[in-house]
Design a protein. Structure first.
Length: 262
């Protein structure tokens, strides 16, 4: 772990309850899902970029974690520009491709929309520990403990899944069966990993049942999950960003509800 990673996970922002981060990202995303316009997405994105430096995440880690978003957003916008609903003046047309004023406007709105929804979600969850999130979902949101703990156990297995894949690859190379036939090799390794995962999952389920994780009674928790002033402040910031974006879009007449539209 680099020094920047360690700072992001030990700073004040990292100690905010993950449930608050989940709620804040949901509040920001909700109005942007309901509408497709440039103004609301642009306002939300600008406010988010102003607040990102206060998240305790270094710029290097920010770009490393968010580069898929910066790559996917323009590609999505390009698709909309080429194949979106045509309206207004048509600038270019060839077979199924039709670039018009309407498709370009939709592409710009889509670009900003994807960035405004995805970037805060990535930034907020960089510092989330899966165990803290499970504690919050079970103790604050009151989700079923059996479901939460099962999901947490499965998430913890992702690292072992990757280690098993690398171990299988090295073992096959040591035996001289991984030099050619990439598709066949991938299928064989995938099947072997599936069998290994099923066996490990069965053992884990049995061990968890034996330790009382599936008991119907109310369980206790080793760490209390609290929701205090910092958490409410973060939720309020998310609500403020959402309200400001909606207000700007309504006042400028660009609010365009797409939910339920044909």
């Amino acid at each position: 772990m680099t020094q920047l990673d360690a700072h992001a996970r030990t700073g004040g922002f990292a100690r905010i309850n993950p449930v608050a981060k989940l709620a804040a990202s949901g509040l920001i995303a909700l109005p942007l899902i309901l509408t497709l316009d440039v103004v609301s997405a642009a306002v939300a994105l600008v406010l988010e970029l102003i607040l990102f430096p206060f998240a305790g995440v270094g710029w290097r880690e920010f770009w490393v974690r968010t580069w898929p978003v910066w790559l996917a957003a323009p590609l999505t916008a390009l698709t909309i520009a080429l194949y979106g609903e045509a309206s207004g003046q048509v600038h270019f047309e060839w077979l199924f491709v039709r670039v018009s004023d309407g498709s370009l406007a939709l592409a710009a709105a889509t670009l900003l929309r994807v960035l405004a929804i995805a970037l805060p979600s990535v930034v907020l969850f960089i510092t989330v520990d899966p165990t803290d999130l499970a504690d919050g979902l079970a103790q604050i949101v009151r989700l079923p403990a059996r479901f939460v703990l099962g999901a947490l156990a499965g998430l913890r297995m992702v690292g072992l899944f990757l280690d098993d894949w690398r171990a299988l690859e090295l073992a096959r190379r040591a035996r001289g069966v991984a030099d050619r036939g990439r598709i066949r090799r991938f299928a064989g390794m995938a099947f072997a990993l599936l069998v290994l995962s099923i066996r490990r999952g069965s053992k884990l389920a049995t061990a968890m049942e034996a330790r009382g994780f599936g008991a119907p009674i109310s369980r206790t928790w080793a760490r209390a999950s609290t929701f205090g002033r910092r958490e409410w402040l973060l939720v309020a910031i998310g609500a403020a960003i959402s309200l400001t974006a909606v207000t700007a879009a309504v006042l400028t007449g660009s609010w365009n509800v797409i939910l339920g539209s044909s």
